[in-house]
Ligand binder design. Structure first.
Ligand SMILES: *Cc1c(COP(=O)(O)O)cnc(C)c1O
Length: 236
């Protein structure tokens, strides 16, 4: 039976999506948690808007992007699809107000100046905000030093255009530290944040290779790319 390549690609996308969903549900069960407490964000960076619309057809609502210009173009092209765009990359202060135009959530709040820039954004509903923490000693890795958590969080709490949801992190490289122990520290930071803001209990953590460890440590928002989309095209 002949299958055209378009529907063949869609079928394998559907199969990979299904297999990740099963993986999340399985990890949740083994951690004694409900799969309903997990939000799967499909990271579509470097992939064309057509892949995002294929995902939408498969029922995906939450998509993640890490580059402002790319996210801006894709969200404009797919505006009629009612997707929730999660911004997960480094965000320049001068681009903050533009990102606020399409972002449902920003997972990379890492400094007070960025919060101040977002405070001047024109938004209909507050943007969900995650404070990104750096779990390594390398300041180049992205995210705030954990010592800055409360200061940044307080600033977010004072900002009507933002709604503080929790913490976010990327695991260190596998040779630096086991993901499980890094995510255990992230969970402690989450508890510190909850002492300040009891509602801000979400944890954005877990990617293709470490989502099981993240779910064990309490992650609520999984940011998964390549396991679903296949390998990313080479960045241009
Ligand atoms: C690319 C990216 C992901 C997804 O990575 P995969 O390994 O493809 O699942 C998650 N979080 C951030 C911040 C990313 O940049």
């Amino acid at each position: 039976m002949a299958v055209n390549s378009q529907s063949g690609a869609q079928a394998s996308l559907a199969a990979r999506l299904e297999s990740v969903k099963l993986g999340l549900a399985d990890a949740a069960k083994r951690a004694g948690r409900s799969p309903d407490d997990l939000t799967l964000i499909v990271v579509t960076k470097f992939h064309p808007a057509s892949l995002v619309s294929d995902l939408a057809e498969l029922g995906v609502r939450d998509v993640g992007e890490n580059r402002h210009q790319e996210a801006q173009l894709k969200s404009a092209e797919l505006a009629e699809l009612d997707l929730r765009w999660h911004f997960i990359g480094q965000l320049q202060t001068k681009k903050a107000r533009q990102a606020a135009q399409y972002a449902h959530a920003i997972h990379s709040i890492d400094r007070e100046r960025l919060v101040d820039a977002l405070a001047t954004a024109d938004v209909a509903t507050p943007i969900e905000a995650f404070v990104q923490l750096n779990l390594t000693d390398d300041p180049g890795r992205g995210g705030a030093a954990p010592a800055e958590l409360e200061r940044i969080a307080e600033r977010v709490l004072e900002t009507p255009t933002l709604r503080l949801r929790g913490v976010m992190a990327v695991a260190p490289l596998p040779e630096e530290e086991e993901a499980a122990s890094a995510f255990a520290r992230l969970r402690e930071y989450s508890e510190r944040l909850r002492a300040l803001a009891p509602g801000a209990s979400d944890i954005s953590a877990g990617m293709t290779h470490d989502y099981v460890e993240a779910i064990d440590a309490g992650a609520t928002h999984l940011r998964i790319g390549s396991a679903i989309t296949g390998n990313r095209p080479i960045a241009g």
